[in-house]
Structures are given as C-alpha cells and as structure tokens.
Ligand binder design. Structure first.
Ligand code: NOJ
Ligand code: CA
Length: 530
C-alpha cells in the first residue's frame, strides 16, 4: 500500500461551512467566505482542510443527509465555487478533504424517492427494505408508514437518513429481505460510491473524511466484509489517486487502518482513548479528563489503549487527535486558555495527523443553552459562528443578528482572531507557534516513534519521547494546577538536549537522567541538539 508523503507533516483544520465566514450577508457561512479566509488558515500553519458536508440537502442533520452528492448546496455557493476552493487552497499549499457520507442519503434523494415506489425499479434494492411494514427489525432501527412501498426502511442515524444497501455479511435466513453483499443492489450501491469519490478527486479534492465508515455492511462480525469493501477502495486510490487519502470516523484505528484507511480519529463513539484524556471517561461532553487543571484525571489507561492501537498500526496508518469536532464539546468546555494550550501542545506533538476544529485555536466558547439547529441538539453548542474581529457579528456576517445561522457568544470578552493576532502571548499565537514547531521539527511529526517516559496511574505530569533515528524530542505536560518535579531516565543523545518551547516548565538532562520542573498548567518541549 502506498502512503501519500504529504501526510507526514500534515496538520488539518476542520471547517464547518455554515459557521465559518459569510460572504454575502445572508447569515450563513459559504464557500466564497472560506476562500476569503484561506490565507488565515495558511497563516496558522495548517496544511489541509476537512470541510463538513456542503452538498444539496434538506439539512435535517446539518447536511449529513445528502440529496445530491454531485451538487453544492446553493446556500454555500456553486460547484464552480468548490472547484475554485480546491484551486485557491492548492496555490497556498492547502489540501481540501470533503466529507463523504457513504452509508445513508437524505429521504429527498431521488434514488430513495424511487426506492419508495410500489412498482419495482432500478433503485428498489438500493436501500434496505423489509417485506412488509410490520417486520420487527430488532437491533436495526427502521421507519414504517413513510412510503407507498410495503416495507420498513432501515435507518443509520435519524429517521430521515435511510441506510443504503451494502448488504448483510451474514443475512438472517429467517429474514429474506436481508440481501448478501454480492446481490445486484449492493453491488450497484458500491459502484456509485466509487463514482462519487472519483468525481470529486478528479476535480481537485485531496481526499475524504468518511462518515460512520464501519457501518456500511450490516451484521458483519469482525468487519470482514466491510474491510474488503474499503480495501478495494484503497486499492483504487493507490492505483488512480496515490496522493489522495482517507480519514475514517471509526474510532478504532486497529480496525480502520486494517481496512485500508490512511488515518482514523481517536475520538467519537465510545472513544476510550480520547474521552478520558480530554473530556470525561465515557462522555464526549464532560470537561474533566486528564487535560484539566483540577488534576484529577488519568492518562495511563487511555494511553495504554492508544499504545495498543499505535503498535498494531505502525507504520501502516495514523491515529488522528482532534481538538474537537462538530459532534462533541469544544476544547474550551471547562478549560481556561492556558489549559487549552497544554492540551494543544499534546495534540500537536503526538504521532499521526492532528486536526484543529475551527475556533478552538482562539478558545471559542460554547453557549450553555441553545435551541437545536438542523438536528444538532446538544451538538448545536459547538457549531456557533467563528469570531473574527470586534466589528458587528464578530466579523462573521453582515446580516442582522437575528438572521445568523446560530447566535454568537454574547459576552463582552468573547475571543476573536483579530485581537489574538495582535497579542503575541495569545492562545492563537501559541497554537501557531506549536504548529510551526511541528513543521520545522521532523521528530515531532507523524512518523517519529512514540514512547512514554513518565506515565503513572492518576499522576501528573505526562512525559514522552519522540524518536527518529539518532534524533529525539522530549515533551513534558502538566495540565494540573499543582506544580510538580519528576526525574526519569531517557536515552542520552550525543549532543545533549536543547529547549524548543516552554511555558512555565524546564527540562534538564545529564546523561540519561532527566528532570522536569513544572509549574501548574505548564509544558516544555526539548530536542536533541545534534
Ligand atoms: C457522524 C457525523 O459527524 C454527525 O454529525 C452525523 O450526524 C452522523 N455521522 C450521521 O451522518
Ligand atoms: Ca452566505
């Protein structure tokens, strides 16, 4: 398998298009708006963008319910705008990933509408239908009473997201409506998936973030047939688009990378790696993981889980840490700006390919109580508009405040890009410095090996090493408010160690004996001088 070389030093920036920048004053962010802000994303130092779905949709799940995979939603612009985005991004050294939603469409998709018909047609088997509307579909959720056709359709997420029919790995003989993966419907759906991918890759997309990647084939213990499906797609990419890449929403790097994905997110679903570190064990909306000044978290269990996945996937693929995404609490939840900075220092010095969620670089906050928008529910809190400056609507839009996609942070002290750009000590500038350090220091990038140096149960700090050949770096992080000093052993590099970046902390090594002295909420990064 080939791996695009650009991933080795990639840093992604996730853009939620409706909330990023509104270029035409209708209150909703759009593609020309994103193009206008590419210089900012490049200034921050990111090398790639993941753009949430931007296709025609009734927006019952904020665009994860697609009605036309080949056409940009008019509220975001036109296909020509998307092609211009690819081009303008590339001239700035930025690659653009689209969001691929392979598992379900919108109920408004013409294929689904055709599939709803009583008379058999080309699309009858493109979705999963039972034989009558009274079937108990057990652990698969379904909707009955919607269509003229006699049957329930299986859903993947909301009622309005009918599952495409990729077949069942082990169809239940008592349920003849469950088709094998080799049936004509599932084969046609697969071919269409590849067609959509080729269509956008051909026009300049650099790859895809793949929604619910593990869930296409139903009843597939061990993901055996799901793996085959994705491995075929990976083979297609390696053959035809060797520079393109895929990141999965799977949350199990061993499985996802085994299935041929280039990268998998550490977060999402039950997230045993991500949540205990950054949110709360088992809760993407909690705010008291290890990276919190209360200092009552544990890094050992999640990092042991990380190491299990890391060791099993090296060097085939990458584990991606995110600062947050559009489905979970922002990094600012329950954290001060210095605490966010320590968390960012971790994300930006770990192996794999890091992702920054728009706004986390300035500590964008979440409203406590907000009406659900477009199927967001609790998630609506982390989808509010980017705050650019101190002008009206924080520079997001010239629309009247009542027309904005979502309300802005209403406090006088709301963070914004312009003010943080002016302040050399701001979170924004520190995140930029961390990204620049990663860009300039290969041993901090995706491929260099990772080894914990000080990692104890329920203890602070966390210290680890990155190593590539004779070069190494040491990263020490103390998210807790309590100062702490620890001594540990580390390999002694020939020319000794030099500090690269620090905030309230110091690393000193003599021979193989290293000491870190750390204030509360501090970090330090050192590397071998040779
Ligand atoms: C995961 C996406 O991130 C989320 O926003 C969406 O609602 C579901 N998949 C369904 O597509
Ligand atoms: Ca707009």
């Amino acid at each position: 398998m080939k791996r695009p070389a650009w991933l080795a030093n990639a840093v992604f920036y996730q853009v939620y298009p409706q909330s990023f920048y509104d270029s035409n004053g209708d209150g909703i962010g759009d593609l020309p708006g994103l193009i206008a802000k590419l210089d900012y994303i490049r200034w921050l130092g990111c090398t790639a963008i993941w753009l949430n779905p931007c296709f025609v949709s009734p927006f019952l799940d904020a665009g994860y319910d697609i009605a036309d995979y080949y056409r940009v939603a008019p509220r975001y612009g036109t296909n020509a705008d998307l092609l211009r985005l690819f081009k303008e991004a590339r001239t700035r050294g930025l690659r653009v990933f689209l969001d691929l939603v392979p598992g379900h469409t919108s109920i408004e998709h013409p294929h689904f509408q055709a599939s709803c018909r009583h008379a058999r047609n080309q699309y009858s088997d493109w979705y999963i239908w039972t034989n009558d509307i009274w079937t108990d579909t057990r652990d698969l959720r379904s909707v009955n009473g919607y269509a003229e056709r006699r049957g329930n359709y299986i859903t993947n997420f909301f009622w309005c997201q009918p599952a495409l029919n990729y077949g069942f790995a082990k169809p239940d003989p008592r349920a003849p409506w469950q088709q094998p993966v080799t049936a004509p419907g599932p084969l046609a759906v697969r071919a269409e998936l590849q067609h959509i991918m080729r269509y956008w890759l051909e026009r300049g997309a650099a790859g895809f973030r793949v929604d619910m990647a593990h869930s296409l084939i139903k009843n597939d213990p061990g993901f055996r047939k799901t793996n085959k499906l994705w491995r075929d797609i990976r083979a297609m990419l390696d053959r035809e688009y060797p520079d393109a890449a895929l990141v999965s929403e799977w949350s199990s790097p061993i499985d996802a990378i085994g299935a041929g994905f280039h990268m998998d997110f550490a977060a999402q679903f039950n997230a045993p790696i991500f949540n205990p570190l950054f949110r709360a064990p088992g809760d993407a909306w909690g705010s008291h993981g290890y990276f919190n000044a209360r200092g009552d978290g544990d890094a050992l269990a999640p990092l042991e889980e990380y190491l299990r996945h890391y060791r099993a996937t090296q060097p085939r693929g990458y584990i991606s840490f995110q600062s947050a995404n559009h489905d979970m609490a922002r990094m600012s939840g329950g954290r001060t700006l210095p605490e966010i900075e320590v968390a960012m220092a971790f994300i930006l010095t770990m192996p794999g390919v890091p992702f920054i969620y728009y706004g986390d670089e300035i500590g964008l906050r979440m409203p406590d109580d907000i009406a659900s928008k477009e199927g967001g529910y609790e998630r609506t809190r982390c989808r509010t508009p980017m705050q650019w400056d101190a002008t009206r609507n924080a520079g997001f839009s010239t629309a009247p405040a009542s027309k904005l996609y979502l309300p802005l942070d209403s406090s006088d002290t709301r963070p914004c890009v312009a003010a943080q750009m002016r302040n050399p000590r701001s979170l924004l500038q520190r995140v930029r410095t961390l990204i620049a350090l990663r860009a300039a220091t290969p041993v901090l990038q995706a491929d260099a090996a990772f080894k914990p140096l000080y990692l104890r149960k329920n203890a602070y700090p966390l210290v680890y090493m990155r190593q590539a050949g004779a070069t190494c770096a040491i990263v020490a992080l103390n998210p807790s408010h309590r100062p702490v000093d620890v001594t540990f052993r580390a390999p002694a590099p020939a020319g000794g160690m030099r500090m690269l970046l620090k905030r309230g902390a110091q690393i000193t090594c003599s021979g193989t004996r290293c000491t870190v002295r750390m204030r509360g909420v501090s970090y330090a990064i050192a590397a071998s001088s040779a």
